[in-house]
Design a protein around this ligand. Structure first.
Ligand code: ZN
Length: 283
């Protein structure tokens, strides 16, 4: 009897421990929304969201998921200034007015400086599905967000698909939410990273690998893909091959063909085409 009681207590206790761990749920946008990831990190009662989607329809899906989870959204962290990570912010703010939007100083400045121009640029494409305003995040104090006493470490600014990217490391569950330092099953956005910057980007991938994460959530992903650590090796190989193809292809078409031949199954080819356009500018 005593043994049975002890056993019951042990099972109950281990159940509590398992529940107390933070949970990570990537919510992936549609193809029209560039398959951008918003990642919900949940504790027992509270939750933090990383990145705020691009389109209204996609941000609404994030809102629905959070409501369904029943968690209280305390914080929204924005990894970098690109419009696909911030334009859904007002939809999320309206649904969760308590949530505080935060970002690194460089990101806050770049969102302030760029959002109006980006709104004009994209309005013609997405019309009513693009919000007319964004939430300007507050500057994050320090480099940590606490969720029920557990740390979310912010690493940045670092080079990724832009010079001021950042990623989130959650030590308690050895998980990296990588923002646009990592793409998974999608052509990485290279249009704003030249050769020297791509080399810096590889160093950042090495730094993430050195954390020995068990899980890596990409900033853009094919929803069918696992969030596993192999995606870091893929990124390194892709960036290396990209340079190799650039050195050997005489023109944009040949360059695209080389990359597509090696990576025929990646999604959003438009990203590759735009990247190639920057490598082979029309004279
Ligand atoms: Zn992005």
């Amino acid at each position: 009897m005593k043994t049975k009681l002890l056993l019951t207590a042990f099972i109950a206790l281990s159940g509590v421990t398992a529940k107390a761990q933070l949970q990570v749920q990537p919510i992936v946008g549609s193809e029209a929304g560039f398959r951008v990831t918003s990642t919900l990190v949940s504790g027992k009662k509270d939750a933090v969201l990383i990145d705020a989607q691009f389109l209204i329809s996609e941000a609404q899906k994030v809102v629905d998921e959070i409501k369904q989870s029943g968690k209280h959204l305390t914080t929204v962290y924005i990894t970098h200034w690109h419009p696909d990570h911030i334009f859904g912010s007002t939809i999320i703010q309206q649904a969760f007015p308590d949530a505080k939007f935060v970002a690194l100083p460089a990101t806050v400045k770049e969102i302030k400086d760029s959002w109006q121009e980006k709104a004009k640029e994209w309005k013609g494409v997405y019309k009513d599905n693009l919000a007319d305003a964004v939430v300007i995040p507050e500057v994050l104090k320090g480099n940590t967000i606490l969720l029920e006493g557990k740390k979310l470490e912010i690493h940045g600014p670092v080079q990724g698909d832009d010079t001021h990217n950042s990623y989130v490391y959650i030590p308690s569950i050895r998980t990296v939410v990588a923002g646009d330092v990592v793409y998974n099953g999608i052509y990485p956005w290279t249009r704003e990273a030249n050769k020297a910057q791509r080399q810096e980007w590889v160093k950042v991938l090495d730094k993430i690998a050195a954390l020995h994460p068990a899980k890596v959530v990409a900033g853009h992903k094919d929803p069918a893909k696992e969030d596993n650590v192999e995606t870091l090796a893929f990124m390194k190989e892709y960036l290396h091959f990209y340079d190799e193809a650039r050195a050997t292809a005489d023109n944009k078409e040949a360059f695209i063909a080389k990359i597509k031949e090696k990576y025929p199954t990646l999604g959003l080819e438009v990203i590759l085409q735009l990247g190639a356009g920057a490598e082979y500018p029309e004279k």
